[in-house]
Unconditional design. Structure first.
Length: 202
């Protein structure tokens, strides 16, 4: 995995401040707002933002903390920390067509008024009896919005999934506390750089 690709994974396109990597204090960095990475050296294709770089650098642990940290990488079950899961309703079939939940596949729905009961064409499936999976929108997958606790500290699964996909990654919790205001994030190293992850608020 190229460094540029790693940096892009840690950008937040929904936040102009974090939408592209940036340079500062001898590093190139990227940040989502909840996790950040830095790699040594300045890359000319990215702008300088020394103020933001200083803020993020202040969240990284000191050398002594890094030396005494316990590597928890082996404790994290990568299979259970997938950011995307197969849809539980249609079982991960792409372009998933399911039996219409409104009419149970008959293509007709019951309607009534004060005079009589009627069978009408089902509006959900337009009478076909089948429709696109309403759980995943037909893509066969759903986003895993779960959180997981690691030695008493809670993280979003989708964030851990991104981190555990990095080459040669090692994940550490030394001094980590719940919540951004404590400014004690988890720390991780990977081939070519290092990063931090803010825990979920407790």
């Amino acid at each position: 995995m190229e460094i540029a690709e790693i940096l892009e994974r840690f950008c937040n396109k929904n936040n102009p401040q974090y939408s592209i990597p940036f340079n500062g204090h001898g590093y190139t960095m990227a940040c989502t707002g909840y996790m950040a990475v830095r790699v040594s050296g300045v890359r000319d294709q990215y702008p300088n933002d020394v103020d933001l770089a200083a803020k993020i650098n202040g969240l990284f642990p000191g050398v002594q903390e890094m030396l005494t940290s316990l590597d928890l990488t082996e404790l994290l079950d990568v299979d259970s920390l997938r950011a995307v899961l197969p849809c539980p309703k249609c079982r991960d079939r792409k372009n998933s067509i399911i039996v219409c939940p409104e009419c149970d596949g008959s293509g007709e729905a019951e309607a009534s008024n004060s005079y009589s009961d009627y069978e009408v064409e089902c509006a959900t499936c337009q009478g076909s009896g089948k429709c696109v999976c309403d759980e995943c929108g037909g893509v066969g997958e759903i986003t895993n919005e779960d959180a997981v606790e690691v030695l008493g500290v809670t993280f979003k699964v989708k964030n851990l999934s991104v981190i555990l996909g990095l080459p040669g990654v090692h994940f550490f919790l030394n001094g980590c506390e719940a919540g951004y205001k404590n400014k004690r994030p988890a720390y991780f190293r990977f081939d070519g750089g290092e990063g931090i992850l803010i825990p979920c608020l407790s």
